[in-house]
Design a protein around this ligand. Sequence first.
Ligand code: ADP
Ligand code: F6P
Length: 328
Amino acid sequence: MKFNQQLKKIAVYTSGGDAPGMNAAIRAVTRIGINSGLEVVGVLGGYSGMLESQFQTLQLRTMANIIQRGGTILKTGRCPEFQKPEVRAQAARNLQAAGIDAAVCIGGDGSYTGAHALWTEHQIPVIGVPGTIDNDIYGTDETIGFDTAVNTALEAIDKIRDTADSHDRLFIVEVMGRDSGFIAAAVGLAGGAEEIFAPDFPVPLEKVIEKIKAGQAKGKRSSILITAEGQKPGRAYDLAEQLRKRSGLDAKVCILGHQQRGGAPTANDRILASRLGAGAVQLLLRGECDLAVGVQGGKVVAIPLEEAFTKEKHTPQDILQLAGSLAT
Ligand code: ADP
Ligand code: F6P
């Protein structure tokens, strides 16, 4: 969409779960914004901060020494009441009262939904930047934080493999991903997992048992299964229990948890975040909004924001299949 208002002051905020690389994106938005003659304001704590007018002017030097830091200097959070139109109206009034002409939202699909509403209901031009470790945002090949989370999980899995091998054990490792299996698929392939349980591609347990037993018959002594947490963190314990009941197989469980959300971003995430943060401001400077930036085939692109949070991006089935056929 095109907007007409003159751009003098823009806001940037992070929302939803934190993701390594969010700081690099904030830095890019701020520095491109200021170097293009704009004033840049950080909203502290996502939509909750917007409701409390928690606005802080950002300077070029505020951005020093953050590109390598995980988390988000602007803080983030969840603000369920933002789903109510009257609450969003208050947030819009606060932005307007602070002289903020447009905003860059760094977050996942929930954050994008709120951002789209700020434009459609209150004509506040917004651009979305995909910041989530889950990589489940349509319209971009990768989201900021995904690569770091995969590498963090992989490092842990390599260590677990040492113990699995030394003790001839079966392990079930649980990675993050409530609705998405991207992390599970990537670490499963890169970590040589026997089987990957993704929320959108369920695997019959009988098939897994058959595979493990066939491997054992061929002399395989240890295996690693990867599961995404799905709707209930701790799913790996349920799987282990079912395996034991149905087959007598004894699996150890390791839940990697929130460590996947933290830590220094990889080079890949810093580069992605810098390109997408800069791309977001460039779109606003051209008078374009209600878009989500992303990378496709190595190029920075933009798609309608609504498309980014309504269309589904599924776990790559080819990766799941390849991991399965390599673990024989
Ligand atoms: P993510 O952005 O990573 O998907 P959430 O789903 O937790 O994370 O969403 C982050 C925030 O975005 C929510 O706490 C809420 O403030 C806002 N949000 C989520 N869904 C909606 C919605 N349907 N309408 C308006 N705002 C929403
Ligand atoms: O950031 C995405 C994510 O890590 C999901 O994979 C997970 O289900 C969720 O966040 C958990 O976040 P929190 O503990 O902050 O609710």
